[in-house]
Design a protein around this ligand. Structure first.
Ligand code: FE
Ligand code: FE
Ligand code: ZN
Length: 277
């Protein structure tokens, strides 16, 4: 069965997100752990969590692919921004323990002129400071489009971060189709080749989730502009090959397309129809 859902608003709490997912025909979803622009998160409501956990079990909704706020930059040139990012990451790891055995995805960061090697070191240092052997959350590095000074624009850069993390079992990767396309990987013409490359450099066993987006731009644009499924430069055929690829088809697919509820429900239904069991 296809695991598919979208990025949902989190302001009404966990149970509301699960019901929202169900309404859209989703059986997985993403959400921001706090305001995407950063700042303090709402306190966890334990009774909401309790109802949520039994609801997702009853409705077979799994996985949660939480998303860190965009303001989290573990490799900024500014030490206070790095510290702010680490504080959010630590707090988010504690919050994620209320929904154990799920995923937490983040953008590795932007090195803001320090150079990619410094960026990689700082990201790994932050993870080594905060991750614990006791945690139940798998932290995913997202593949990036390579906009500005983004780190994670190639599989090699992600591998370099992973190599430096002392708790590798707590780490994985989330592949964003729009981002890898705009980073230069030809998932339209040669999906098998791109996945073989991923396997060589990182290992497909480290791939835990897919952000399923079309792109407004041509390959290697490095702009990061998502488009509705089938309306961009990746196109419906290539996206259908992604959800049906043997190396990917059991992963959770998260839509981050520019849609309202109606559009998400339609994309979910269309992709379910295009999925072969
Ligand atoms: Fe993202
Ligand atoms: Fe994404
Ligand atoms: Zn993006």
């Amino acid at each position: 069965m296809l695991r598919i859902g979208n990025h949902l608003p989190s302001s009404k709490g966990y149970l509301a997100m699960a019901k929202h997912a169900e309404k859209l025909g989703a059986n997985t979803f993403a959400f921001f752990t706090r305001n995407p622009r950063g700042g303090a998160a709402k306190p966890i409501d334990e009774s909401d969590i309790e109802k949520f956990l039994s609801y997702i079990k009853a409705h077979d909704i799994n996985r949660l692919v939480a998303h860190a706020p965009y303001t989290m930059n573990l490799c900024s040139a500014k030490p206070e921004i790095r510290q702010f990012g680490k504080d959010m990451l630590r707090d988010d790891m504690q919050r994620m323990e209320y929904t154990p055995n799920q995923y937490y995805n983040f953008h590795p960061g932007s090195h803001t002129g320090q150079g990619v090697e410094v960026g990689i070191e700082q990201i790994a240092d932050a993870l080594n400071e905060i991750l614990t052997p006791e945690q139940h959350t798998t932290v995913l590095l997202e593949t990036m489009a390579g906009k500005g000074s983004e780190v994670g624009r190639s599989f090699e850069e992600l591998r370099e971060i992973l190599d430096r993390v002392k708790l590798p079992d707590k780490m994985g990767v989330c592949l964003d189709t729009c981002h890898v396309w705009e980073a230069g990987y030809d998932i339209v013409g040669d999906l098998d080749g791109v996945l073989a490359q991923f396997d060589r450099v990182i290992g497909l066993d480290k791939l835990y989730a897919v952000h399923l987006n079309d792109s407004m731009n041509s390959r290697s644009a490095h702009k990061d502009r998502h488009q509705k499924i089938g309306q961009g430069h990746i196109g419906l055929d290539a996206i259908v090959r992604v959800i049906n690829h043997p190396a990917l088809k059991t992963l959770p697919f998260i839509l981050e397309t520019p849609n309202e509820d109606e559009g998400y429900a339609a994309e979910i239904a269309m992709l379910r129809a295009a999925y072969s069991e």
